[in-house]
Design a protein around this ligand. Sequence first.
Ligand code: DHB
Ligand code: FE
Length: 280
Amino acid sequence: MARLTAGVGSSHVPLLGVAVDQGKSGDDYFGPIFAGYEWTRAWEKAEKPDVIVLVYNDHASAFDMKIVPTFAIGCGEHYKPADEGWGPRKVPDVEGHADLAWHIAQSLILDDFDMTIINEMDVDHGLTVPLSMMFGTPDKWPCKVVPLAVNVVTYPVPSGNRCWALGEAIARAVASFPEDLNVQIWGTGGMSHQLQGPRAGLLNREWDNKFLDLLESDSDDVRWIPHIEYLRETGSEGIEMVMWLIMRGALGDSVETLHRFYHVPASNTAVGHLVLQPTS
Ligand code: DHB
Ligand code: FE
């Protein structure tokens, strides 16, 4: 059967993709940020996951205000990097795992999560930047990806509790897939950031680290944080952090932390990164 072996949380700052693409990841500004992912790059090489269920948000690249799915799952065979205004990133196409994705879609929908099914879309920095952070610059991504897109762009966005419960349902779906696959779940986005308005540039180290502490703990208190707290404490774009709760909810009651990293600033945001293993 498929096994959910680990969870990874990571920010998806687009400027870090630019740094990779322009060969600047070792310079004075970016070097300390990429150093925080070195442990994970070596670990991923050893772990060799077959598939990543990659929870991310689209930033008006594949979707726009015409269509805003709350939860959507990519059931296609492949996805191209999106053109976000400067041409598509020159990173490999993302290979899907259609059989696993359709299985997860069916399991989630019969588990009362009304997923939108996507067969064709381009994937933006929300998905490709975490791949670059974890795998560097290969000719081909080393594993398949099931994209799971969450609306955190326009309200109403899903609650933390609903995200956690979706993670639990994803774990049930993966565990019932008959093929022997090493599956990881990644939660991306965050941490504190606000990109516009009078509070643009807002960062909150203390709150971000409290959030990371809660994810590492065996309690599920973090699922009850209301939207207004993310908004007040972490800025308008800090709500991206609810996507980490899908990852954490999938890992079960208790987890071990393999790696944790936090750095401010990167572009307009704080970079957070966590590698967790289920222990129960
Ligand atoms: C930035 C961060 C994001 O999460 C994003 O989607 C776009 C921009 C930033 O910090 O610049
Ligand atoms: Fe974002």
